[in-house]
Structure formats: C-alpha cells, structure tokens
Design a protein around this ligand. Structure first.
Ligand code: F6P
Length: 359
C-alpha cells in the first residue's frame, strides 16, 4: 500500500489541477494499492487535520480546470514556528497528522513561501516533494514554474486589447501586471504585448526617463504609448533609501493611490499634461484554464514526481532545467528568489528594440 498526501498552498494559478492529475495518474497506472489524501486549503488542512480520501472520480476532467480542487490558503512561513491563536504548535500538528495517516510522502504544490515550509518539514523528518507553482516564475532552481505561461497569455491579451483602443484614441495607457517583488511576468507580457515602456521591481525607474520615452514617441509620430507596470515597480529615489524608509515611502504612496500605476499616471500628467488611463487585469491573471504549455509542463513535472515517489526519493523540488525534468534538493533552493537581472538577455534584446525600462 502506498499512501500519499497532496496539498496546494499560497496564491492559486492555472495548472495546479493539471499537476495533481500528473502525479496521481503517474502513480495510479503503476502502483497496485494507492491511497491519496488531499489536505483542504493548503497547510491549514495539514495543521488542523482537514483532509479527504480522494477517489479516481476526483481526478477526472481536471487537466483543463483552473484553480485547485483542494483549495488553498496562505500560511506565512515567517510565523510557522509560532503557536496559533489557540496555542496549537503548527509544525508539531502537521507532523502528527502526517504520521496519523501513515503517509509515505507529502507532495506540496506552491511558491517560494510554501517551499520554505516544505523544506522545514523535510528537516523535521517528513518525506516531501515540492512542485514549483506560481505565475511569478520566481522560484530559484527551476527555469520555469507552472502557471507562468498561462498568466503571460492573459496579461498579453489585456495589453493587446488596450493597444487597439489606445491607438484609436491616441492615448497613453498603463497596464498593471502582477509581480510585487519580481518582474518576470510584466517583462514577458510587456514584450509579448509590444509595450513601449516596461517598469519592473528590479529596475527602479526615473520618472523623467519615463516621461522622455512618452514624449519621444509623440515626436516620432506615434500618438499612443503602452506602459506595462509591475505591481512592485519602484521610483529610483525611493529605491535609494534604506529598506525601512523604502517600506514607509511605499506605504505613503498606497495611502494616496490605489497602486503604483496610479502614481505614475499622476506624475506623468503633472509633468506633461497628458492624461493617462490605467488598466489593472489583477487576479484574472491567475484565473481560467491552463494554456497548452502549462498543461504539458505540469504533466511532465507530475509524472516525474510519481516516479520519484515510486523510487523512494524525497526532499526535493521537481524542476525543469534546459528542457529536462530534474530533481533539485530542497536545501539548495529553499529561501532563494529568482529575480530578473537588469542585464539579462531578454532586457538587452528589449532595449535594442527601443523599449524603455525607465532607467
Ligand atoms: O504570487 C502570486 C501573486 O499573484 C503575485 O503575482 C501577486 O503579487 C500576489 O500573488 C497577489 O496576492 P493575493 O492573491 O493575496 O492578492
């Protein structure tokens, strides 16, 4: 008898179910006796013993379904060692529930924070496998996370739609793309959508450079401009402050504006008199069906996780590196972030094309 547990944790994304299907089908087709337990709403289900024994019916028809059949929640790693409001030791409780069900392995689907807790559970002696999920593609140790390409497609569609109306009206538009700390999604969607200016958390912007880029387009006869702005875009003068002062300054901005995009719009207006429209696709970027690329990636990652479980190999993330599915020890990747390097090939290529990054 093989008993495995599954949980999805953190912000959802499109290909969670496709990955779950890959894992379970990969096992069910090769193992005689299999029990799969799904923990409800991420680590909360593991902490409070909220789980269900899943049947083949649960995994049928889920390849194309967005969201997660298990539910998810955010349980911050920062406070995982602190007792909850009722005094429950979260880590002890997770270990007890794992052992109570006599699990052979727990497969954890999630992003960076989720991975840190997975690594902690590994250190505590549990057999865990981590599956790299996030629309942000910021997990260190894998070239790609599932969810990323589906989100790029949605954000690109949003920019495409804005493009037609912006060009008809000769307007300047900001499209705000998800990514608080890391800008892979705004970078890729910005390039795919033909944005003229892309502002990322990793490249603090100079508002005067942004204004200049808008004015230069006007001078060259292009009446409209598309600016793709990451949620975490940061003005240069704030990025130069200490971490503490930065946090305070950004909080001041969010007191005044719904998000950084609205401040950028207001600043450009102040300097040029040009009226800017802001569009925020927001959580639509995490919604709907996974794209074909993600379905394939998730199936490959899930299938490999099944093989690792059958081989009794645990304590790793299943990654894709140079097109090959590989296992990466959790101690090598947990706690690290894969950020956009300002001199990476994508940015060099984009700059050559005339895209401004406001630097
Ligand atoms: O981590 C995924 C992500 O969608 C980020 O891109 C975004 O900044 C954040 O989650 C939004 O979080 P929430 O769903 O809690 O608003």
């Amino acid at each position: 008898m093989l008993r495995i547990g599954l949980l999805t944790s953190g912000g959802d994304c499109q290909a969670l179910n496709a990955t779950i299907r890959g894992i379970v089908k990969g096992l069910a087709n090769n193992v005689q006796d299999l029990e799969v337990y799904g923990f409800v709403n991420g680590y909360k289900g593991l902490i409070y013993g909220d789980y269900k024994l899943l049947t083949p019916k649960d995994f049928s028809g889920i390849l194309t379904r967005g969201g997660t059949i298990l539910g998810t929640s955010r349980v911050p790693f920062k406070t995982i060692r602190e007792p909850d409001e009722k005094g429950i030791d979260k880590v002890e409780s997770m270990k007890q529930n794992y052992h109570k069900l006599r699990l052979d392995c727990l497969v954890i689907l999630g992003g960076n924070g989720t991975q840190k807790t997975a690594n902690l559970l590994r250190e505590e002696g549990l057999n865990v496998i981590h599956m790299p999920k996030t629309i942000d593609n910021d997990i260190y140790g894998t070239d790609m996370t599932f969810g990323f390409y589906s989100a790029i497609n949605i954000a690109t569609d949003a920019i495409d739609c804005i493009h037609t109306t912006a060009s008809s009206h000769n307007r300047v538009f900001i499209v705000e793309i998800m990514g608080h700390k890391v800008g892979w999604l705004p970078l890729y969607a910005g390039i795919a959508g033909g944005a003229d200016i892309i502002l990322l958390p990793e490249i603090p912007y100079d508002i005067n450079k942004v204004v200049k880029a808008v004015e230069n387009r006007k001078k060259r006869g292009s009446g409209f401009t598309i600016i793709a702005v990451a949620e975490g875009a940061i003005p240069k003068e704030i990025a130069e402050l200490s971490k503490k002062e930065q946090k305070k300054a950004m909080e001041e901005i969010t007191k005044q504006y719904p998000s950084i995009s609205y401040k950028i719009a207001a600043d450009i207006f102040k300097k040029t008199g040009i009226e800017i429209r802001v569009t925020v696709p927001g959580h639509t970027q995490r919604g709907g069906s996974p794209c074909a690329y993600d379905r394939i990636l998730s199936t490959r990652l899930g299938s490999e996780a099944a093989q690792l479980i059958m081989d009794g190999e645990f304590g790793c993330m299943v990654a894709i590196i140079n097109g090959k599915i590989k296992k990466v020890p959790l101690e090598e990747c947990a706690g690290k972030l894969k950020t956009v390097k300002p001199n990476c090939q994508e940015i060099v290529a984009a700059k050559r094309m005339g895209i401004s990054f406001g630097d």
